[in-house]
Design a protein around this ligand. Sequence first.
Ligand code: ACO
Length: 428
Amino acid sequence: MADAAKLTIGDTTTELPLVAGSEDEVGLDIAKLRAETGAVTLDEGFVNTGSTRSAITFLDGEKGILRYRGYAIEQLAANCDFVEIAYLLLHGELPSAGQLDDFRTDLRQHTMLHEDMRKFYDGFQHNAHPMAILSSVIHALSTFYADSLDVNNPSDVHRCTMRLLAKVPTIAAYAHKKSIGQPLVYPKNNLNYCENFLQMMFSVPAEQYEVDPVHAEALNLLLIVHADHEQNCSTSTVRMVGSADADLFASIAAGVAALSGPLHGGANEACVAMLERIREDGGDVDKYVAMAKDKTKSFRLMGFGHRVYKSFDPRAKIIKAACDKLLKQQKINDPIFGIAQKLEEVALTDEYFVERQLYPNVDFYSGVIYRALGIPVEMFTVLFAMGRLPGWIAHWQEMRQSPGKRIYRPRQIYIGPTEREFVPMDKR
Ligand code: ACO
C-alpha cells in the first residue's frame, strides 16, 4: 500500500498520509489539509470520517463482524457475564479469576445511592421518561462526589468508573419504581449484577421475591451485546464532552441524552410501539412494508437498517435466537414476536430493502425479550444505556489517554449571509 495520497486543489498539491488499522482499514490523515490548502473536508453525518484511532471494538459492517478487544461477540456472549465484559472493555484483557473477583467486590461497595439522592426522585413528575431521570441523576452524582472528579487523577477516574457501573442499575430501577408509585428498593449485594437489577425493579417490601435465573440470563446477554459499538452517536458524544475535560459523570450523562433519540437507542421502544400498532391494525405486515417504502410518508420500519451494518447485524442474530429460546422456555405466546418474524421475512425479500441493504438491527428483537422479562417499554432504552455504560467509559478513558488528545472541535462550511449592514429597529 502507498503511504500517502495526493490531493490537488487548483495549483496546490498536498500529500495526505495513509493510516492503516490493524484490520487493514485505511484512513487519510488530513490533519494538515487546512493549513496547506485552506480547505476542510465536509462529511455530513460523519459517514466517511474516522474521528479517532481506537483499540476497543472492531466491526465490519459488510461482513457482519463485531469484536470487543479482538474477541468475537458470539464467543463473548456464549461464555461471559456482563461484569467480565465490562472488565475486558475497560482493561483491554479478559480478567483472571482473581482479577474478576476483585472487580466484583469493588463494584459491590458502590451499589447504594447517597440517601439524599432519593429526594431527587420526589421532584420528578410521575410520568417523567426514565432516560431523562437517568441522565439527570448520573450528572447529579458529581454533586455528591465533588472531591474525586479530577479527570487527570487515575484514582479519581477509577472511583468514578466503579461508582457509575455500580450505581446506574440502582438509579435506573429507582426511576421505574418512581413511575409506578412503589417504594424504591435497595440493592442486595449477595446477588449478581443482573439479578440485583431485577430484584430492584420487581421486588416489593411486602412480598418475598425470587429472581428467575432465566430472566437474569437473558438480561445478561442483552447487556453484553449492547456493551460497545465503537464510534456511534452516543459514544462520540461521550468522547466529545470528555475532550473538553468535563468529568466522567457529565460525559456519561451526555451520552445517555444522545442515546435517548429514536434513531439511536430509542429505536427499541419505537420498534415495539410499531409492532403493537401493526398488531392492533390486524397484523397486515405488507401494508406497513409498503408504507415504509413510500417516500411521501415519513414512516420507517423501526429496528431496520444501520449506518454501518450492510449485510447483517451480528447482535440481532444472537438476540433473535435468545428471544426464541426465552419465549419457548417460558411458554410465552407474544403475538408481536410472530409479527416481527413475518416482517423480517417480508422485508428481507423485498427489493427496496435488499437494494438499500436494510436488515434487522439489534433493536428489532430486543424489545420482545424485554417484554418477556416484564420490563416496561419506557425502560428499554435505559437498559440499553446500562449495557453501553462500560463501552462509553472505556472510550472516555481511551480518549483521555490518547497522546494526541485535543478538544473535539469540527469545522464547518458557512452558507449564511455574507456581511451586511445592521438594520435599526425602526427600519425593519
Ligand atoms: N425503513 C425504511 N427505509 C429506510 C429505513 C427503514 N428503517 N432505513 C433506511 N431507509 C432508507 C432511507 O429512506 C434511504 O432511502 P433512499 O436512499 O431511497 O433515500 C436509505 O434507506 C438510506 O437510509 P439513511 O437514512 O440514509 O441511512 P442512515 O445510515 O443515515 O440511517 C438509520 C441509519 C438511522 C439506522 C436508519 O436505517 C433508520 O432510521 N432506521 C430505523 C431506526 C432504527 O432502527 N434505529 C436503530 C439503529 S441501531 C442503534 O442505534 C442501536
